[in-house]
Design a protein around this ligand. Structure first.
Ligand code: F6R
Length: 246
């Protein structure tokens, strides 16, 4: 796993967008596995701009999302369906038939997880996975302790994750559970880009990059990945080289 450090959020986001756009231009039928959250917003903005300028087309690409809250209808304002439509899928030339987001409202969530994992497999597997990172090191909604051999499944969110995400919900209460793509599925992606910005990610970034590869720090799994790159702004990189990784 290597790290690229950029002066600020905009530079980090632009570099990540350019890396994704390059990959899709080389192979227009690329399969992408994508995150939500605050961090990738700048990357999505630039990808939308590049698409509008005609510099990249997503018409033949396939999209999977990493996760969705359990119990939310796809039109719930805090759902990742709505987030992706508003910030990316609804603004580019994507083919709706090749956009997949886990159905958090599925009557049988376990069956939905199996269906989702099978759809990833049928697509030929993930070419480029873009990740954010939680303050506790989670990737997707794989919280600390998530087995490295896990697949798409229903998970319980940690209290700290629910607190960070609470503001998106009425009464400040985030759902307790979610569907997430598993660690093994992420690890099998041919290329992984992990984006981090802000000092509140510095500790997790340092532990992921400089600490031991351990299920207690999910992002550290990328240490074993042949093509994983961390895209960091200076704030997110501020904990590196200080022996905090432990
Ligand atoms: C969201 C996801 C999460 C976020 C992480 C960071 O789809 O998979 O792992 O990437 O919680 O979120 P932000 O970017 O909001 O700090």
């Amino acid at each position: 796993m290597r790290a690229r450090i950029f002066p600020d959020y905009e530079a980090m986001s632009a570099a990540a967008a350019d890396a994704v756009a390059r990959r899709v231009s080389e192979d227009p039928s690329s399969v992408l596995l994508l995150p939500t959250g605050t961090t990738p917003l700048g990357m999505y903005r630039r990808l939308v701009d590049l698409c509008r300028l005609g510099d990249v087309s997503f018409a033949e690409a396939t999209f999977f999302n990493l996760d969705e809250y359990l119990g939310l209808l796809p039109d719930h304002p805090a759902s990742y369906h709505v987030y992706m439509k508003e910030h990316f899928y609804g603004l580019i030339d994507a083919d709706p038939a090749r956009i997949f987001v886990p159905d958090g409202a599925a009557l049988d969530p376990e069956a939905e997880c199996e269906r989702y994992e099978a759809a990833i497999k049928e697509s030929g597997g993930v070419d480029v996975c873009v990740l954010g990172i939680g303050r506790n090191g989670h990737i997707g909604f794989n919280e600390p302790g998530a087995p490295f051999d896990s697949r798409t499944r229903v998970v319980t969110l940690s209290e700290s994750t629910r607190l960070v995400n609470a503001a998106d919900f009425e009464a400040n209460r985030a759902p307790e559970r979610a569907i997430t793509v598993g660690m093994a599925t992420i690890a099998e992606s041919r290329e992984v880009l992990l984006l981090a910005s802000d000092t509140n990610k510095a500790k997790a970034v340092a532990a992921a990059l400089e600490g031991e590869v351990s299920e207690s720090m999910p992002a550290s799994m990328l240490g074993h990945h042949p093509r994983a790159t961390l895209f960091l702004d200076e704030d997110a990189a501020s904990g590196l080289g200080q022996g905090v990784a432990g």
